[in-house]
Design a protein around this ligand. Structure first.
Ligand code: FES
Ligand code: FES
Length: 160
């Protein structure tokens, strides 16, 4: 099987790895770099558990060949906290009990980070539409929507 060397910026650090042409991004993140916050559930690109940001856009890492993201910037949930301080979305998830088993949580949070960049003050319909690709089996989505709504004022101030 053909292999190739990739250069990826992962959570702000330039990293290199050797992959087969069939290797998916989720396996690179989890197995090569130990970033197991990228969860794999369906492994078919439909549940959103493996969502990471590629150049700021949410991507299903289980359904993305690693070579496709060569040279690009990837953020996983491990890269969100800065200097030991959780991202505002992570804090809001904790304060609003927006997770139970937690399997969807890292993908959900990264999708919300992208949502707030695209729509700094989303209404509930926009939040629910945006998160349509992130499945949660536990919460019924209400606490997740509430966590987004409560982080909006702080986020809007940050970006004022
Ligand atoms: S594990 Fe990737 S979309 Fe479900
Ligand atoms: S918290 Fe369990 S799947 Fe969302």
């Amino acid at each position: 099987m053909k292999s190739m060397t990739l250069s990826l910026t992962i959570n702000g650090a330039l990293r290199h790895c050797e992959v087969a042409s069939s290797t998916v991004l989720a396996d690179v993140l989890r197995d090569t770099f130990g970033l197991q916050g990228c969860k794999v559930a369906c492994d078919q690109g439909v549940c959103g558990a493996c969502t990471v940001l590629v150049d700021g856009e949410p991507v299903a890492a289980c359904a993305t060949f690693a070579f496709v993201v060569d040279g690009r910037s990837i953020m996983t949930v491990e890269g969100l906290a800065q200097n030991g301080v959780l991202h505002a979305v992570q804090t809001s998830f904790l304060e609003n009990s927006a997770f139970q088993c937690g399997f969807c949580t890292s993908g959900m949070i990264l999708s919300i980070v992208a949502l707030l960049r695209a729509h700094p003050e989303p209404d509930e319909e926009t939040i629910r539409d945006w998160l349509g690709g992130n499945v949660c089996r536990c919460t019924g989505y209400g606490p997740i929507v509430e966590a987004v709504r409560r982080v909006i004022p702080a986020h809007a101030l940050e970006h004022a």
